[in-house]
Design a protein around this ligand. Structure first.
Ligand code: FES
Length: 572
């Protein structure tokens, strides 16, 4: 069989002036000439290392393990940086820049001489942005996640990011002092790695493993565990083989792979952000999925992993109990076990020998951790294009609830009024926040799980129904309805809700309705004036102009569909 010419030879295999230019400057790094002769696949290492992304701050070290594997397998590793998105620091929200980072990744891969790429992902948005960008180019690609941090310890208790919300409530009600609050900060983040619960980062790491884009155990090996480096080393070896086999992303990212991933996310009680990111990735690679798929495939699967925020434990514990392969083994009969993965084996082959070592951590289909999991998609006159709720993180008694709306037109209004003792609100009210959708608050911030008013927390009440067109942190919980589409800022029906209106939520029936007459609905719609959008220049301007709605993945319309790896123009 004739060996396929490597893509990198379009650069390094040139003769004359062009070849000189492409090779000569690379040689200033001490690379000998034989590396450019086309025998060794060039493997890009797309690194999101940054001290401003603390969850990815160990990636320089991890990249060295990757390189060892690439060299060992006969490849030529070249590491390059891309925009890194640190969830906890970036203002106004890292999601605003997910599409920008994906464009950086796409153009960095396409424009450079690489035959395959390893995507180094960790903190929440660093995974979807890299996968989306690479999918748009469609060369062989493999994801290595950074791994979860070790579980924190505070006053004798295990803690992780999902405790931030509890600490905030306890601080508000005076149960936690300022000194304890500060001590908890260091106790929670005591090792390298991303957030310890099944928040968005771990949800994304599980997403790539269940899609077949990462090696088995990628989702759960702790960042500080030496086996994370072993995984990186093995990934480095495998990407070289993938180039030789021409195993491109589009061969792995099939409709079956997406269905598998939705079911696995349900079993894990993964983040609601999963919906936005998986939808965007599917549209990049040209696979059709929509919100109804999330509800349909989730509804077959109970909560199998007992991990926060839907359960009690942590991703580190899940690894010791058998990891994601053991979870997938329990739900094997529902999965497309013939879906191919980056190691050249099927999902079925990868989980064949998986075992559960701790039934406190991993339930079974017959004896799950909770019967409800996954994502419920709501429809109704408040959300004609859908809204979502995570039943496993909600209060069962609120899943069917009718209450009076208390409306906050903006985040600022919420902050100003929420603890006003005169605010007319009780535990049966429904909190509504407007103008936090993709355009209304560019990037769609994670503010949907609004903290309850102090006077209600003081009564010992921990949950109320909350509705918004925004998002919620993957570590958040509560009866929180998110991603209302279309959003209020562009005239979605959420914009028409007034304080005192009755809203009816019925999760079993998948409905969310504003209980006003059709005449009143039409009158308010006719009177609606669009919100003045807050920014006007640069990237934010592009975002406001091109971003689509939550049910479409909050991507840019012009980025959907893969445009391949060919470089159309050549400067030399
Ligand atoms: Fe980075 Fe949570 S802040 S994963």
């Amino acid at each position: 069989m004739t060996k396929k010419k490597l893509r990198s030879q379009e650069w390094y295999g040139r003769t004359g002036k062009d070849g000189f230019i492409y090779r000569s400057w690379m040689k200033n790094q001490g690379f000998p000439h034989h590396l450019f002769e086309g025998e060794k696949p060039v493997i890009g290492i797309c690194n999101t290392w940054s001290e401003l992304t603390p969850c990815n701050a160990h990636f320089r070290d991890l990249a060295e393990a990757l390189k060892r594997g690439i060299w060992e397998a006969g490849g030529f590793p070249l590491e390059f940086p891309v925009m890194s998105l640190g969830e906890c620091s970036i203002k106004p929200t890292a999601m605003l820049f997910r599409n920008l980072a994906s464009m950086d990744v796409e153009e960095s891969i396409r424009a450079n001489p690489m035959d395959g790429v390893v995507l180094m992902c960790g903190c929440d948005k660093t995974t979807p942005s890299l996968v989306m960008g690479a999918a748009s180019v469609d060369i062989p690609a493999l994801v290595v996640s950074g791994g979860p941090m070790l579980v924190g310890r505070f006053k004798g208790k295990k803690i992780g990011t999902s405790d931030v919300w509890r600490f905030a409530e306890d601080f508000k009600t005076g149960k936690l002092s300022q000194e304890d609050f500060i001590e908890a900060e260091a106790a929670m983040s005591r090792s390298v790695g991303h957030c310890a619960p099944m928040g968005t980062a771990s949800t994304m790491a599980a997403m790539v493993e269940s899609l077949g884009l990462a090696l088995p155990d990628n989702a759960t090996i702790p960042a500080a565990d030496s086996r994370r480096k072993v995984l990186a080393h093995m990934a480095g070896m495998r990407i070289v083989e993938m180039v030789n086999e021409d195993l491109k992303m589009s061969k792995i990212l099939t409709r079956k792979a997406f269905e598998n991933s939705i079911m696995v996310n349900a079993a894990l009680g993964g983040s609601t952000n999963f919906i936005l990111h998986l939808t965007a990735i599917a549209k990049r690679i040209g696979v059709e999925i929509d919100l109804t798929d999330f509800d349909h495939f989730s509804s077959k699967i109970p909560l199998i992993a007992n991990v926060q925020p839907s359960g009690e434990h942590w991703v580190e514990d899940l690894f010791y109990a058998g990891g994601l392969p053991a979870v997938m083994k329990e739900m094997e009969k529902h999965l497309h076990t013939d879906a191919i993965t980056v190691n050249g084996k099927t999902i079925g082959e990868n989980i064949n020998k998986a075992e559960c070592y701790d039934r406190n951590l991993i339930g079974t289909m017959e004896k799950p951790i909770k019967p409800d999991s996954g994502i419920a998609v709501l429809k109704g006159n408040l959300c004609p294009n859908g809204a979502v709720i995570k039943p496993s993180a909600a209060s069962p008694h609120l899943l069917t609830h009718t209450g009076k709306a208390v409306v906050f037109e903006t985040i600022d209004e919420y902050k100003a009024k929420i603890d006003d003792p005169n605010l007319d609100i009780d535990e049966n009210s429904i909190m509504v926040m407007k103008n936090v959708g993709p355009k209304g608050y560019p990037g769609m911030p994670e503010v949907g799980n609004m903290t309850l008013p102090k006077k209600i927390l003081d009564k010992g009440i921990k949950d109320m129904v909350r509705i918004s067109d925004g998002r919620m942190s993957g570590t958040g919980y509560g009866t929180v309805i998110l991603h209302v589409s279309p959003e209020s800022a562009i005239g979605g029906p959420l914009a028409l809700v007034k304080t005192g209106d009755l809203i009816e939520l019925n999760v079993p029936n998948r409905t969310l309705n504003l209980l006003i007459s059709d005449e009143e609905f039409a009158k308010r719609k006719a009177e609606f004036k669009p919100t003045q959008l807050p920014y006007e220049r640069g990237y934010v301007n592009l975002f406001l102009d091109k971003v689509n709605q939550a049910h479409e993945g909050v991507d840019f319309d012009f980025l959907q569909g893969s445009s391949g790896s060919e470089v159309k123009r050549d400067s030399h």
